[in-house]
Design a protein. Structure first.
Length: 94
């Protein structure tokens, strides 16, 4: 049977399934927070594409966003990030 830990692991893994999202997570892990506009300047992708990637990470719970009109500030959701790391570690130790 599929349990909650397996569902969470699959959700986190899906969110990590694109190099842009991995890059965003690595960037955010090196600083406290970052504005989406700053990421747009770094990454050679359209704002709408970046927005979709940020939404995927946010929906998975790996990042959180705070609106500071007209910008959005993103940072790692530390609790879920730790959970994702533990689930992945446990999975790869099988």
């Amino acid at each position: 049977m599929i349990n909650d830990r397996q569902k969470k692991l699959a959700r986190y893994a899906k969110a990590l399934g694109h190099p842009v999202r991995v890059y965003v997570l690595q960037t955010l892990s090196l600083q406290s927070c970052c504005y989406s506009g700053d990421l747009t300047e770094i990454l050679p992708i359209a704002k709408s594409t970046l927005s979709q990637h940020l939404k995927e990470l946010k929906d998975a719970g790996l990042i959180q966003g705070e609106t500071e009109a007209p910008r959005v500030k993103y940072c790692i959701n530390k609790q879920n990030w730790e959970e994702a790391k533990e689930l992945l570690k446990t999975f790869f130790e099988l």
